[in-house]
Design a protein. Sequence first.
Length: 170
Amino acid sequence: MRPPVPQPATADVTADADLDYMDEIASRALGNPPSPGVPAAAPEPPPGAAAGFIGRAAAHAHMGNELSEAERMLLFKRGVLRIAHLFSKEQVVYNDNVLKALRALDRRLAAVPGLLATAEADLADLGDSVDRLGREMAELRRAVDEGGRRQQALAEELAALRARVDTLQP
């Protein structure tokens, strides 16, 4: 005999509670903090935390292909299982491929904090390089300005010497 299926408690949740819940979801989606008395969302799991979930999913990926010797199966049940395997074998391959993809994604996600740290360090180095380049450009501008003043002074001296030479010629 099966145990009775629990029925949802409709009296526990009112229409107002549903509306309040939807309002809270909309408020948080807009970036607002949780309302007073409403618990905050659970923190995101750390990188690599999905491995536990992937491991639990892997335990069920083969859909009854591997039965332990302790399983009590009559010949008819074993026959049904073999026939079902003809239809489910492609699902098992699909499940294995999904698990491989999830594991690869989990590894890549676990590498993200290291990549971010490297990018932040590179960005700091880039900021230092930009500052150094700015200082060098300011020095170059000063040198160009000084060169312009010297060129102007030399041009004036040359003009004075030409005028003197012109006055000395008969």
